[in-house]
Design a protein around this ligand. Structure first.
Ligand code: C2E
Ligand code: MG
Ligand code: MG
Length: 583
């Protein structure tokens, strides 16, 4: 017979089963914890590790056995330790539950970012987890890098620069004795490099430029690329305001020597606009805008120049913007007129052609010189419409004169062509269209182009010049001798006429240098098959000097001595009354 178990035996059995269950459950959870990918830890009241799972050694390289009894804080990088200590104190003493990002040091020395979540429990201990956020941190850092850097040069970008500049403005608000400067740079002629050599060479150039600029700066100066060929520099801690212009001049000089890019020799120069903190602006945008105004001034004065912003410049800019607005309306409101200046043959002193010169009669400001508004029209692109309007007027006028004054035997109408008009893809179509509409024969049209078009030496410009000439249109190089010394370039192009700039003629009566230059230019032009027009003949002496050069001298003259540019109606009288000769 089976004996009934005693109560004690039953109790023992239940207890045994419970213990067995507990052990199994403990084993189950330990296994779970051990195999978690996140680190699980427990620390004692001193912050020393008393439990760790295997993820600890997988994440940080240290063995669990050797890490136990060491302070958790000792595994942080030096920079993170104060933060770590404060966190553990708050958890252990104030019984808080906290979460934070901390940087640990892997056994191999690398930094590992972990997110700690820790809570205290009884017995003055705390337990928590450490989750690896290294990838997330890296991605964030990469995003931040991209957001603040220019991908081509690796320099800071506009967003980063504005933050640095804001910091600097805040700093001088606190320590007003300090000075800083903002330098805005723009490469002169970068567009032609891109157009002539292609974008890859253009990109290489920007990188090389950034290297040269870096060499001009101190380690604490900040440089950024704003886009295109625009760079900006922040010079903090300047001892005096002159230092900014001194550095600007060093930069201009550093960019002077030739750049050798993939077997191409490229020359570039830079203009620089400077704004000093002493000007008192409070916002980064104000600094950049006014640096841009100063840069514009620098560019207007030539290449390789630096200009420091002042209030007059601001007033000038406002005036320019107002002029720009009026110019947009001028064409529509019929405020523009074309005047014509006769060009005289020195062979028989007859008018053989005219140059068309646009005039602007502003309703309140009166007559505005093309020297003032043509550059604005160029910049804004208005020159395209304006230029074609002049072109059509002049062609029409020439046809009328040829019909009404056949005896005059006018040989050409000379029309100025701006760089923008010249580089426009529709150039040839547009010319053909106007010639067709007005009925002017191609051989009576002469286009005046500037030296910058031929100095550019791009294939596209070359082809266009050849096409124009092959079609029977005549080409003249205007204002020869100003700006560039393009003697080397001239022989590559087939041009008909060279116009010597008036600055040479003005001083031609002074024996010596200028006389010799004019004679040299004439000989050169003749050798290249071109005839010569002397521009800006104002006096009898100047004319006589030109005549002295003799038979092989200059063929034609133009200037106030003969006639100012005038409206067509006034010139008609001259064409009739003077029997085709005004001398
Ligand atoms: P440019 O083509 O070299 O024209 C000659 C300039 O010299 C004209 O100035 C003319 O009035 C001036 N001039 C003529 N004879 C004398 C003289 O004896 N002494 C002096 N001191 N000057 C003389 P303007 O009309 O003020 O034009 C200035 C410039 O504006 C022109 O120089 C040309 O580059 C540009 N321009 C004028 N009209 C047009 C146009 O319709 N289209 C384009 N693209 N540019 C134009
Ligand atoms: Mg001209
Ligand atoms: Mg000229």
């Amino acid at each position: 017979m089976i004996q009934k178990p005693t109560l004690e035996e039953i109790q023992n059995k239940i207890q045994y089963r419970l213990v067995e269950k507990l052990v199994a459950s403990e084993k189950h959870y330990r296994l779970l914890v051990e195999n978690l990918r996140e680190i699980v830890f427990t620390i004692d009241e001193e912050g020393k590790l008393i439990f760790l799972n295997l993820a600890w050694s997988e994440t940080l390289g240290y063995s669990v056995e050797h890490s136990l009894r060491l302070p958790l804080n000792s595994f942080l990088t030096v920079d993170s330790r104060t933060k770590g200590e404060k966190l553990l104190q708050a958890v252990l003493q104030d019984k808080k539950t906290l979460k934070q990002e901390l940087c640990f040091q892997h056994q191999n020395g690398e930094s590992v970012w972990l997110e700690i979540s820790v809570a205290s429990h009884n017995q003055n201990q705390a337990s928590g987890t450490l989750i690896n956020i290294n990838n997330h941190k890296k991605a964030n850092a990469q995003l931040k890098y991209t957001a603040y850097h220019d991908s081509l040069t690796g320099l800071y970008n506009r967003a980063a620069f504005i933050e640095f500049l804001q910091n600097e403005i805040d700093k001088i608000n606190r320590h007003s004795e300090q000075i800083f400067a903002v330098l805005l740079l723009d490469l002169d002629g970068f567009k032609s490099v891109n157009d002539s050599f292609g974008h890859l060479v253009g990109d290489r150039l920007l990188i090389e430029v950034s290297h040269r600029l870096q060499k001009c700066l101190n380690s604490w100066d900040i440089m950024a690329r704003l886009g295109g060929d625009e760079f900006v520099i922040l010079l903090p801690n300047l001892r005096n305001t002159d230092n900014a212009t001194r550095i600007a001049k060093i930069i201009v000089k550093a960019l002077g020597p030739v750049f050798n890019l993939d077997n191409n020799e490229v020359f570039i120069s830079t203009s620089i606009g400077i704004v000093l903190s002493t000007s008192g602006f409070k916002k980064p945008e104000d600094f950049l805008r006014n640096a841009d105004i100063a840069l514009y001034e620098a560019k207007a004065q030539g290449k390789g120049i630096d200009k420091t912003f002042d209030n007059q410049m601001h007033a000038k800019t406002i005036a320019r913007i107002s002029l720009e607005t009026s110019l947009r309306k001028a064409l529509k409101n019929q405020e523009l007129e074309v005047h014509y200046q006769p060009i005289i043959s020195l062979e028989n002193y007859r008018i053989i052609g005219f140059e068309a010169l646009v005039r602007w009669f502003h309703p309140t400001k009166g007559l505005i010189s093309p020297g003032v508004f043509i550059p604005i029209a160029e910049e804004t692109g208005l020159i395209i419409d304006l230029g074609w309007w002049v072109f059509q007027q002049a062609c029409q006028q020439m046809v009328i004169w040829q019909k009404n004054f056949p005896q005059s035997k006018l040989q050409f109408m000379s029309i100025n062509l701006s760089v923008r008009q010249f580089t426009h893809p529709d150039l040839l179509d547009k010319i053909n269209e106007i010639l067709f509409l007005t009925g002017l024969k191609r051989k009576f049209l002469k286009l005046e182009i500037t030296e910058s078009i031929i100095i550019d030496n791009s294939e596209a410009n070359n082809i266009k010049l050849q096409q124009l000439r092959a079609s029977g249109i005549k080409l003249a190089i205007d204002d020869f001798g100003t700006g560039y010394s393009s003697l080397n370039y001239l022989h590559r192009f087939a041009l008909d006429t060279l116009k010597i700039d008036k600055s040479f003629i003005k001083q031609i009566h002074i024996p010596g240098k200028h006389q010799a230059i004019v004679e040299t230019i004439i000989v050169l032009a003749h050798n290249l098959g071109m005839d010569v027009i002397a521009e800006g003949v104002e006096t009898k002496e100047q004319l006589e000097q030109l005549e002295k050069i003799g038979f092989f001298g200059c063929e034609q003259v133009q200037g106030y001595y003969f006639s100012h540019p005038k409206p067509a109606s006034e010139l008609e009288k001259m064409l009739t009354n003077s029997l085709y000769s005004i001398y």
